[in-house]
Write a protein that binds this ligand. Structure first.
Ligand code: NAP
Length: 241
């Protein structure tokens, strides 16, 4: 029997991260859920994750702290599942901060990739990117494109997931725009699929956090050396319950 996966999850408190921690602990993996120390969700999610059997790490986002966390945890896989949404940027503005996609989504991802490169053994990195990261337009996709490029240059074995909209009725945060977009896009694409044209729905249709988490876990379980890019249709297949 192969030893259990050891999983470090950055962005554990997000919609995808929460589902991944729950599924990974349920599958017998050893899970280290990272929560930023200034997260408004630290106390509540710490209790929830610990009840699921995960170990919570609340080290700060510094190169030294990340290097130490990886040295202690010795993960086989590191998941990069975080990013600044419009909501989290509003929250930060309320705290007097103005973090950008370049600072958070790209900068902190690069910091974690560097920590992975410096750790021994080096983990396989699973990066939650986005549909369109290969043809970036705007700051959001530019950050994802830059992180994908940094991974390509890192020498680390890695997998990249490029889903479309992540939404579902199980998303507790108020994200009316995403939910509405998901419903409109999902409805239109569902109608096309009913007419036999299934490709647009598979590629562009919304996906729930739990579906994506199942796909990411399966990607980690099948991880092989080198670089793998998984687009939305394959994520959908891998994440099917
Ligand atoms: N949502 C979509 O439709 C979509 C589509 C394709 C790709 N993606 C990609 O997938 C990622 C995750 O999506 P999601 O919907 O699962 O996430 P989410 O629910 O928006 O959660 C975002 C995560 O990022 C963390 N975060 C936010 N600001 C941060 C900061 N300044 N420093 C450190 N961590 C910070 C949050 O931590 P706290 O809880 O502490 O705030 C949380 O863990 C996105 O960021 C994006 O890169 C999203």
């Amino acid at each position: 029997m192969s030893p259990p996966l050891r999983i470090f999850v950055a962005g554990a408190t997000g919609y995808t991260g929460r589902a991944l921690v729950q599924q990974a602990t349920g599958s017998g993996a050893v899970v280290f859920a990272h929560i930023r120390p200034d997260s408004p969700r630290l106390a509540g999610q710490r209790a929830a994750f610990e009840a699921q059997g995960a170990q919570v790490l609340a080290c700060p986002w510094t190169p030294e702290a990340l290097a130490q966390a990886l040295k202690d945890a010795r993960p086989t896989h590191v998941f990069i599942l975080f990013g600044s949404s419009a909501g989290s940027r509003k929250e930060l503005r309320g705290m007097g901060r103005a973090d950008s996609y370049a600072q958070v989504d790209e900068g902190l991802s690069r910091m974690l990739i560097d920590a992975c490169r410096g750790s021994s053994p080096q983990p396989h990195v699973v990066y939650l990117s986005s549909l369109g990261a290969d043809r970036p337009s705007g700051a959001y996709l530019a950050a994802r494109h830059a992180v994908e490029a940094a991974l390509a240059q890192s020498g680390l074995h890695h997998s990249i997931a490029r889903p479309s909209i992540l939404t579902g009725d199980d998303r507790p945060e108020a994200r009316p725009a995403e939910l509405l977009a998901g419903r409109l896009v999902g409805g239109a694409l569902g109608a096309l699929a009913a007419l036999g044209w299934e490709t647009p729905q598979a590629r562009l249709g919304p996906m729930t956090g739990p579906t994506l988490a199942r796909a990411l876990l399966s990607i980690a379980q099948q991880a092989r050396p080198g670089r793998r890019i998984v687009e939305a249709p394959e994520l959908r297949r891998l994440g099917a319950a």
